[in-house]
Design a protein around this ligand. Sequence first.
Ligand code: ADP
Ligand code: 5SP
Length: 597
Amino acid sequence: MAASGPLYMGFDLSTQQLKGVVVDSQLKHQHEAKVDFDADFGEKYGIEKGVLTNPSEGEIYAPVGMWLEAVDLVLSRLREDGLDFSRVKGVSGAGMQHGTVFWSQQAESLLSSLDAKKSLVEQLEPSAHKDERKGAFSHPDSPNWQDHSTQKQCDKFDAELGSPETLAEATGSGAHHRFSGPQIMRFKSKYPDHYKETSRISLVSSFLASVFLGKFAPIDISDVTGMNLWHIKEGKWNEKLLALAAGSTEGAAELKQKLGHVPEDGGASFGHISKYFVQRYGFAQDCNIVPMTGDNPATILALPLQASDAMVSLGTSTTFLMSTPQYKPDPAYHFMNHPTTAGLYMFMLCYKNGGLAREHIRDAINGNKTDRSWDKFNEVALSTPPMDQRSSSDPMRMGLYFPRPEIVPNVRAGQWRYEYDASSNKLNQTSAEQSVDADARGIVESQMLSLRLRSAALVSGHEINGKKLPPQPRRVYLVGGGSANPAIARIIGDVLGGAEGIYKLDIGGNACALGGAYKAVWGCERRGKQTFEQLVEERWDEDAFVKRVADGYREGVFEKYGEALRGFEAMEKEVVKATSEGVHAQDNEGGFMAPQN
Ligand SMILES: Nc1ncnc2c1ncn2[C@@H]1O[C@H](COP(=O)(O)OP(=O)(O)O)[C@@H](O)[C@H]1O
Ligand SMILES: O=C(CO)[C@@H](O)[C@H](O)COP(=O)(O)O
């Protein structure tokens, strides 16, 4: 018997891939497909790890035409996977946060009159085909979240409302290089003609929603909080910050128009899918486009996350996510609107040196760049003792591994190694002459110590089998490409704890797209005021959807990392101070460093 019943589709347009996941009403996974930008388009667009770079200015960006090609390709791969598009009743998803897309004056008329016999890129971005016709974009590229060209603009954003603290209080974050407000400010001054020609500025998420909708889709209520332009508590654009980005008070009105209205409800359909997709792929005509959100907000929708749970997303970036009713902003981290539930917030830490920095150590351990296996990395990581401390009289060894300039803390690229004696609280910088093998455990410990340090105020104690445990997350859920790695999961449990353990979603590598698909289910099937959490809990199948992959809290080990935290915090302070004073031997601005053995 042919399968029936509605299906829901979620996308994840992130740094290195476009992924699509399809689920049914019961949240069960049905289909998935992906486009890998380097593998599928590396040569054509000249990208590496999904992006183009201009190191002299710290710019990192991606060609929008490539993403359009990816949309057609991922849909054709879903068709090859057997998807019956006529059953798809809702589409939602996510885009990497902060990135902006600049639409031209003729964009909406092009979007609404697409010919189903031709590809999206041919019609919307003809210049990607060396065609001189005007396309739908006033600028061909979208700044990527790894871009770090906006220090000057960030200084102005931090000062505009009085201090980084007041900016964070208003917008949920201090100024960050990648945030859309500082990026738009720089774009306007670098490309004044392109800015003038822009009819609409989308985020990556609302760009993707616009393509499916066939007209401009509004910016999402959660993703808008990654711009440094939205006043979270007032629920509206901050006029002073708009004027700063646009260069004048009159400019603020024009910018507000280019950004458009932001609806409060993350679940209300924007309308039906564009006829291009109905004719080309056979989507149902009444398929709804439900607001697409940022990749991290979508990730927290992939499971019924409780307030005391943490998610660690091991993608290109490493991010730490919690859903919380508390709003306690600070320039060191981010608070964002929850994508579905008013009154909840998403707490986030985001590191630029995540997956690529771990790969960098993996390649050094493997001794060559062609062997991409994680086996040796995992083997040495698990055979190295916590903090590389072989006996209690040895100092702890720790380091910072930043092949690219880092966000948390804001320092330029470099690699530093230290020894820390916890009993005397003494910290010494050591030379880079250490065996690279110790770096496998070292880099994961370093990343996790940073997360533990900064999330300490949000976690609380738990009682397990009548025993009181120190403050830590109840569960840690791992998602993103790196969640497939058991050694990394083990070390994460050692450092972060996790009263009930470390868990992984069944399709953890696709959690973000999955969260997007669940959002589509909620947008289309919610009853009255049913919240996203209520709907997901009602349909959640714990045994099928999540797996416990490692122990969390281990008595003794967790406490040892607690001691290491003091040294880690001091090390970071020393590195930040030294780099800001320019006293720094081993750094390397911009690109990747040569392995240091
Ligand atoms: N077995 C593994 N161990 C560690 N890292 C892995 C493993 N498999 C994939 N990765 C990492 O996952 C990253 C991609 O994750 P993904 O979530 O798909 O990225 P993004 O969403 O940023 O495009 C790669 O950079 C790679 O380093
Ligand atoms: O900048 C951030 C969050 O603030 C990044 O998390 C991006 O949203 C992209 O992440 P990947 O999914 O590509 O790692």
